[in-house]
Design a protein around this ligand. Sequence first.
Ligand code: ADP
Ligand code: MG
Length: 482
Amino acid sequence: MTTTTIERTRHAALIGGESVDPGMTFDDVDPATGEVIAEVARCGPPEIDAAVRAARGAQPAWAERSAADRGGVLRRIADAIRAAAEELARLETLDTGKPLAQARADVAVAARYFDFYAGTIEAFYGDTVPLGSEFFVVIEREPHGVTGHIIPWNYPAQMVGRTIAPALATGNCCVLKPAEEAQLTPLRIGWLALEAGLPAGAFNVVTGFGEEAGAALSSHPGIDHLSFTGSTEVGRLIGKAAAENIVPVTVELGGKSANIVLADADLDRAVPVITRSIIQNAGQTCSAGARLLVEQSLHERIRDEVAERFRGLTVGPGLDDPDLGPLISARQRDRVAALVDTGRSEATLVTGGAAPDGAGLTGGFFFEPTLFDDVPPEATIAREEIFGPVLVMTPFSDVDEAAELADGTDYGLVAGIWTRDVSAAHRLARRVRAGQVFVNGYGAGGGIELPFGGWKNSGHGREKGYEALHSYTRTKAIAISL
Ligand code: ADP
Ligand code: MG
């Protein structure tokens, strides 16, 4: 394959700086049309093994380079991503279905991750420990070695930046397994990184099925750290594989995050952000604002305003840049539709609830923005992650009830609190078990600087922010008796 034309072609894996074709492929589908857009290498244990060896071979020399030197390479990768931004954004839209404006933003964020970790690694110092005049003690932070990364299909370009940039910055070498639904931008960024001067083998992209390539990667004895983002179900398998090999693991799993609107909230500010927090990427975001908890006095007003916004949203192929693109697959669309059907008997459907029947939408996996009201907290649609453009609304009567509702699912990823009362916001923020809490907003700074990760079934370990530099290293205390 060439490194420039990736659409509607056959894509090999990227292992040790080389294109590796295992001889078997699987189809990559455009979710907007249901048509096959590419054939992708179906790798298995031999390719995973080759990639782990390549990473192992490259790692010592990469780790020995100075932080400034590694950072310089990361900056060139960021520049290469920006130079290819439009191509990458179109590829991302074609592969995932997301609106082009979103894909452009995602590619910009992917580049920024490489810049961010290029900068922070230069200021990532170790410590000394004052054991007294007879000792000199330093604590160095060392890379794990070879890191394995299994990512989902919802934000492939961003995920490469988020998980690979800090791993490389700290001196690890990486094997990445993209999701079977979306591999094109991870592969392309892999080749761009090579062209930008990353040593061969430092970043390998091995495509394939979860049960084949993914399982081979997570159980490979040559992997020193695992990072997984995906479903809770598979997260458990990854955790078991990590336990078997005694390696550290970061698992970022699902969410059922709530926006909590107190009676004194500024609704003109809140409603557009709340809407966007569930509509972004058609609700296929682990940190989506999937629940809306509203104080009684605002109940009807918010319901009507959100419903009106939902009805005004455009749904269509991502390349036309609508508000919502299709869902990733027929399987995902059917799953969302089934949960929505369950919801009809549990709560009140306000708007949406079906696939749109507009012209040109029949081949793709589209679903209308959907709002449910008066959703009891024990309802399936209030507890399960739907991963579609479905917002479930529940009124509450006081802040204690709000805190209980917010924390009342098995997940704990993000929360949004809307109020003009600083003390109420602070108190509530402390009560909610979530990795990120936003007050009068949802998301901040493109998501790069803030540590991110879950409580409960949303997982453990942290990526993003300075925190990821800790996740991708381990300490070594060196004590010298003087
Ligand atoms: P979803 O159900 O939304 O596709 P998954 O958790 O199944 O989410 O997928 C997330 C990632 O995990 C993908 O890259 C997928 O290929 C991978 N995966 C799926 N099953 C396994 C498995 N048994 N072992 C390792 N990785 C897996
Ligand atoms: Mg695809």
